[in-house]
Design a protein around this ligand. Structure first.
Ligand code: GDP
Ligand code: MN
Length: 396
């Protein structure tokens, strides 16, 4: 689950990571109130207004702007709230902005040498260790840094059994070229950041930029946080941070129905039981010259109701030109699944895309009979290859 910047910063703050302070606002009026409050707390009159959407590169898309007075806070917040923000990480249509973070300006006016670093904590699956990835080249695309100047990216691997060792935090500060107070501040920052990452059960904490001010404070100016969904049951307060408006509506609906569904770009809808078979089915569709429109695992109980919900989800995607149902009847009997498909088809009544059904396993022949005799425009297949050929035939 992804979080907004302001939510990520709340978590960071709760673990003692120094952050750029801010208050979230839904309207220009709230933004002005937020700015006043921040001025009282921090003394700064300048604020930065930041669009809160689940996408990076907001600055480039015009979603991060500096306001020098309250009128500018109001005007800029008014411009940003409600806009469709297009960034290098969104689709062409962009993402609608519902709220902004009004933050203190931490780049002091007249400070000519603020240093921006990049830092992230994530799991290195190849080594099974946590990793702090960091660079002196902050504030820009880390992908570009990795391509053009890979020697400027450092990694510190941390054995999760032992945790971050003090010498490792010092090595990070050293490699970033720090000394004196800034060095000390950075070791504190790194330790607190690592603690936030592990104790929140996150799979990614990315802070870009980490700022060093001219008076040697180290501050998280941005926060991109991905929480591990499988650990959310341990963190009810983080689970409540979910913003469904940022997620694909069909995926949200599927999740609520207990189906795992991922929207893709292709034209063949798939309904499969089991993640492995679903992956194999997507390969098969590609081999047949199609492109999968989705990943959909209906799970172990493919009864009529579930099948109908699944069909409904698939058909919400206007680019679907055919549906391939590929179900292995192990625990669930194929004839029951077939009956479910026939019932769902009849109930829905408006399915106008060809459906190819492959049922294999217990009672597969009975299932085939049921489908062939249903009088519906559903084609059955027994072999995987046969199903692929039929998909190809209906697509061409
Ligand atoms: P992103 O573009 O989505 O990664 O959003 P960031 O939060 O990283 O902000 C983009 C850029 O805005 C940063 O790299 C900074 O250069 C700039 N920025 C962020 N906060 C401030 C601030 O308080 N003052 C000033 N002057 N610039 C800021
Ligand atoms: Mn950033």
């Amino acid at each position: 689950m992804n979080l907004h910047e302001y939510q990520g910063k709340e978590i960071l703050n709760s673990f003692g990571v120094a952050i750029q302070r801010g208050i979230v606002a839904q309207t220009p009026e709230e933004a002005v109130e937020a700015a006043k409050k921040l001025t009282e707390e921090t003394g700064t009159g300048w604020h930065v207004i930041k669009a809160q959407v689940h996408a990076g590169g907001r600055g480039k898309g015009g979603g991060v702007k500096l306001a020098k007075n309250l009128q500018e806070v109001k005007d800029i917040a008014g411009d940003i709230i409600g806009m469709n923000l297009v960034t290098p990480q969104t689709s062409k249509e962009g993402k609608k902005v519902h709220q902004v973070l009004v933050a203190e300006d931490v780049y002091y006016p007249g400070d000519n040498e603020p240093e921006e670093y990049y830092m992230s904590v994530l799991l290195n699956r190849a080594t099974g260790k946590n990793m702090i990835m960091y660079s002196t080249e902050g504030g820009m695309d880390i992908e570009t840094v990795a391509e053009e100047t890979p020697h400027l990216i450092f990694n510190e691997e941390i054995d999760p059994a032992h945790g971050l060792q003090p010498f490792q935090a010092r090595r990070v500060a050293f490699n970033l070229g720090l000394s004196g107070k800034a060095f000390k501040e950075m070791t504190k920052f790194v330790s607190a950041l690592y603690k936030a990452y592990t104790e929140s059960d996150s799979s990614l904490f990315e802070i870009n930029p980490v700022l060093k001010t001219s008076d040697d404070k180290i501050i998280a100016v941005d926060a991109k946080v991905t929480l591990d969904d499988n650990a959310l049951f341990r963190h009810k307060d983080y689970a409540a941070m979910r913003d469904k408006r940022e997620e694909n509506p069909v995926e949200v609906e599927a999740k609520e129905a207990g189906l795992s569904y991922v929207d893709l770009d292709g034209n063949v809808g798939c309904m499969v039981n089991g993640a492995g078979l679903a992956m194999a089915t997507m390969d098969l569709i590609k081999q047949a010259g199609g492109e999968p429109a989705n990943f959909l695992d209906v799970g172990g109980t493919a009864d009529a109701e579930r099948v109908e919900t699944a069909f409904n989800l698939i058909l919400k995607d206007p680019s679907v030109k055919a549906i391939l149902v590929n179900i292995f009847g192990g625990i669930v009997r194929c004839d029951r699944v077939a009956q479910g498909i026939v019932d769902a088809y009849k109930n829905m009544g408006n399915i106008d895309v060809p459906i190819i059904v492959r049922l294999q396993g217990t009672n597969a022949d009975k299932a085939k009979e049921l489908i062939d005799n249903s009088g519906l425009a559903v084609q059955s297949a027994v072999e995987f290859k046969e199903a692929a050929d039929k998909v190809q035939a209906v697509l061409s």
